[in-house]
Ligand binder design. Structure first.
Ligand code: GLN
Length: 298
């Protein structure tokens, strides 16, 4: 326990530091200054965020202060909070993230939601085979596996580092037994005679190359470009997946993709030209953009 004289000697307590950091972040145009200050301070102090509110007067030790300062510095250089603290909440789980993988986004939860609606509850005795292409942190696969654990999951990424992060995340939730991870580019590593999938799902890179530099610096300075870059028109990978997925799907199997907010019409044209799918449905994301597309193999 610190006594009163030690406390009054300390210049910085939690409340003062939160106020200072919030305005410092604001002056550097950080998007959510107070939230970021709270998350980083609670991480430095190994407290839950809510505990900060119960301990406003608590002073910081020199070590805590210098640790927190190092986080502030990284944030000012635009490093995303999720990479600094090493985790990001998605669906009902917490994912370990490093800058080898994209930080899972709330929009992608709409893709998970659409997939869950298509997957029967686990009373169904026949497991479904589900493939997640470009799994990154494993956000999509783990969310689905945690809710529909009687199915069999396959998840790939061309980055071996991403696969090792996804695998670790699966282990944290004891889901590694039902998810088969592998490294490779889209369908390349999958033999044609493998059990055809009932569902293929992906949040592929879909940002037009020329747009990446115009996104927030948090994204283009820190997130893996190969997880974002969809080629000149943004649709290079979307096109590849749509063109090939039917060869790996069961009849009536589903393909679900996340796409950019303004790509609906182009994606519909790709699907129609391919002529292998029906039951094409676009779903809105939380901001009302049609960002999820599902289609059924004819
Ligand atoms: N599947 C991961 C996610 O949705 C990674 C996607 C990607 O790297 N494009 O977050």
């Amino acid at each position: 326990m610190q006594n009163q004289s030690q406390i009054s000697k300390s210049r910085w307590n939690i409340l003062k530091l939160l106020k200072w950091t919030t305005s410092y972040f604001k002056s550097h145009n950080i998007d959510k200054p107070r939230t970021d200050a709270e998350i980083l301070l609670s991480y430095a102090l190994k407290l839950r965020r809510i505990d900060l509110y119960l301990r406003y007067d608590q002073p910081l030790s020199d070590e805590e202060l210098s640790l927190f300062k190092s986080y502030i510095k990284r944030r000012i250089h635009r490093e995303p909070v999720a990479y600094i603290v090493g985790t990001k909440g998605f669906w009902t789980l917490d994912f370990k993230v490093k800058n080898d993988v994209l930080i899972p986004r709330p929009e992608t939860e709409c893709l998970v939601e659409a997939a869950l609606l298509l997957l029967p509850e686990d009373s169904n005795p026949i497991p479904k085979y589900i493939l997640d292409l470009g799994t990154g942190s494993g956000a999509i696969t783990l969310s689905l596996a945690s809710q529909r654990p009687k199915n069999i999951f396959f998840a790939s990424d061309r980055s071996i580092r991403a696969i090792s992060i996804a695998h670790r995340n699966a282990k944290d939730y004891d889901l590694d037994g039902i998810i088969n991870f592998f490294v490779g580019d889209w369908f390349n590593p999958i033999k044609a005679d493998i059990h055809p999938f009932d569902m293929i799902i992906s949040n592929p890179p879909y940002i037009p190359s020329g747009m990446i530099g115009r996104l927030q610096p948090e994204i283009y300075l820190y997130e893996p470009i190969e997880a974002l870059d969809g080629g000149e028109d943004g649709l290079y990978h979307v096109r590849q997946i749509i063109q090939w997925a039917h060869a790996y799907l069961n009849k009536n199997g589903f393909l679900l993709l996340e796409i950019g907010h303004d790509q609906r019409d182009d994606v519909l044209e790709i699907i129609n030209n391919c002529n292998k799918y029906d039951n094409i449905v676009f779903e809105n994301d939380l901001s009302g953009f049609q960002r999820v597309v599902q289609m059924r193999k004819k």
